[in-house]
Ligand binder design. Structure first.
Ligand code: NA7
Length: 541
């Protein structure tokens, strides 16, 4: 490996969130001299910036956490079944301190460019301050939901009130009491935020373009002794998680989807059975049918039933109709919520259905839609992310023959081999790139597999005298065909599906469903098989 020097490393990791922290620890264990570059002032990644009120994970805390260290999982104390943002941020601080990670992390250091030096077989990594660093390998742990999609409504800069962005919420918080607040966006973020803001603001106006499918969920503090009992069974919990397709065997937004798929088909259900489903299961009952994911007609029937279930909660019939989605269920990430629909029964909450007339402009005093003007003191933008590829395409990454990663992904599509590597970009490992389980699963379970595979690969290269590894175009092509074939029989590829999963939320982005949907165990099996066979589909040099 390379000689020690202040600007030369065996590996540079970009990002100090969940993935980057584990990458540093793992590579250190393997004797790989590693430096982490992090744009923020501290560890946490996405969980550092998304501090908006109500921010919470939709997977149980005991599963949305590192499994690689029994000491960490035994020592850390989660207080709630599903962790809120402050607790996740604190957890990552705890891990960084426990593993003494900070000494190899440079904070406030944004990577702006990376160029592969073919002759040397190394990456030149440039930071915003103009510093150049060299590394044999780069591990991009830059996040899948780390680049907010900054909205560009006409007149935004003229607004005289406060503009807040959920993706970079003020660290010190923001007092919304006594304020007329507008929220744009009803994805996971909006759905988490809206019930909390409604309780604090004088008045809340929700600007909704696509109504959400949102599944009511109980989040609660652990009972006395409950966490200790779970910890005593951690070995079994982790084993079950490892076997589970989504890397979360307990209740989560994903495992619910799996349960739904096991139910009888909606198309075969009588009207009575349908009504019983929403009587007993509410909105969840409307969607819990085996054919909803695979048959667009069944999906549309479920959407209608869902609307009926919403109308049983929301008192004003017009508001209930406005809250009924018109896109297929499953295309966007399933959302869990606490009291979302009830929020629209409050006197201080107004829903603006943008399907009846979109936002025209932001004015000095509020938001103008085609339906009228709304006076506001605060506008909160919860408009989503340039997911999966956005963090890397914002870095000027040039591989072999000066190939630009941003250009390649925008012209061809977000192609990768195994969701880890891209042909033409040797020695670049991407954690949870398109084509990996990533956001279609428990992100933490998926990233542990990725980091371990990448670490083993770097160690293998070192121990066998190789300096470079590069995905082969044919293998990449086959991988994309495989990932695409997996989603082909589902509603996920319906032309009316538009979400950050397929790039549909970013104007001009090449569309492709970016998750790997055969589950983590199958994915792990394939990755291991490839590694065991000497990294088939890669060229080693
Ligand atoms: P999402 O799920 O992409 O939601 C963004 C929301 O913002 C969604 O309702 C969008 O409507 C809305 N949006 C975006 N642009 C506009 C404009 N121009 N006008 C009106 N409304 C707009 O992002 P989230 O942050 O909520 O969640 C992302 C993930 O983070 C989530 O899935 C979890 O994994 C964690 P649209 O649906 O595009 O019509």
């Amino acid at each position: 490996m390379t000689k020690p020097s202040p600007s030369r490393f065996d590996a540079i990791v970009i990002g100090a969130g969940f993935s980057g922290l584990y990458a540093l620890h793992r590579l250190r264990e393997l004797g790989v001299r590693t430096l982490v570059l992090e744009a923020a002032e501290d560890v946490g990644g996405t969980w550092l910036f998304n501090r908006y009120p109500g921010a919470r994970c939709d997977i149980e805390s005991i599963e949305y956490s590192y499994s690689f260290s029994d000491e960490i999982q035994q020592e850390w104390v989660w207080t709630e079944t599903m962790p809120a943002q402050p607790e996740i941020e604190a957890y990552l601080h705890f891990v960084a301190d426990k593993l003494d990670l900070r000494r190899d992390i440079r904070f406030n250091t944004r990577v702006v460019a990376m160029t592969y030096d073919e002759a040397a077989g190394e990456w030149m990594v440039q930071t915003q301050s103009g510093e150049s660093l060299v590394a044999s390998f780069v591990v991009a742990a830059s996040g899948i939901l780390s680049v907010p999609l900054d909205p560009d409504f006409p007149g935004m800069e003229t607004f005289t009130g406060a503009s807040l962005f959920t993706g970079h919420w003020p660290k010190e918080g923001f007092d919304l009491s006594g304020k007329r607040v507008g929220v744009i966006g009803t994805g996971s973020t909006g759905v988490q935020l809206i019930p909390v803001v409604a309780k604090e603001a004088e008045h809340l106006t929700v600007f909704q373009r696509s109504p959400a499918y949102t599944l009511p969920w109980e989040v609660r503090p652990f009972d006395d002794g409950e966490l200790d009992e779970l910890k005593a069974n951690y070995a079994e919990i982790r084993a079950a998680q490892r076997q589970h397709a989504v890397g979360a065997a307990r209740l989560s937004a994903f495992s619910v989807l799996f349960d739904m798929m096991a139910k009888p088909p909606l198309k075969a259900a009588s009207r009575q059975e349908q009504l019983r489903a929403i009587e007993e299961g509410g909105v969840m009952g409307a969607l819990s049918w085996g054919d909803v994911f695979f048959d667009i007609e069944a999906n549309r029937m479920a959407a209608k039933l869902y609307g009926e279930a919403v109308a049983r909660i929301v008192k004003d019939p017009e508001t209930a109709a406005s809250l009924t989605p018109s896109h297929p269920f499953g295309c966007k990430r399933p959302i869990i919520d606490q009291g979302y629909y009830d929020t629209f029964n409050r006197d201080n909450v107004t829903l603006v259905d943008l399907r009846k007339g979109p936002i025209v402009e932001i004015t000095p005093t509020g938001i103008r839609t085609e339906q009228g003007h709304h006076d506001l003191d605060v506008i909160i933008y919860a408009t989503g992310f340039d997911a999966m590829t956005g963090a890397l395409t914002r870095i000027n990454v040039h591989g072999r023959d000066r190939l630009s990663l941003a250009d390649f992904w925008s012209s061809e599509g977000p192609y990768t081999y195994l969701g880890i590597a891209v042909a033409g970009f040797p020695n670049l490992f991407i954690v949870q790139a398109p084509g990996s389980p990533s956001a279609a699963t428990n992100f933490v379970a998926a990233l542990e597999q990725h980091i371990e595979w990448i670490g083993d690969c770097i160690a293998y290269l070192r121990d066998n005298g190789y300096r470079t590894i590069e995905a082969l175009p044919d293998a990449q092509h086959e991988w994309i065909e495989h990932t695409t074939a997996l989603v082909a029989p589902t509603v996920l590829v319906d032309p009316s599906c538009s979400s950050w999963y397929n790039g549909g939320n970013v104007p001009g982005k090449k569309r492709m469903y970016m998750g790997y949907t055969a589950g983590i165990p199958e994915y792990r099996r394939r990755c291991d098989e490839i590694a065991d066979a000497g990294y088939t589909g890669f060229k080693l040099g």
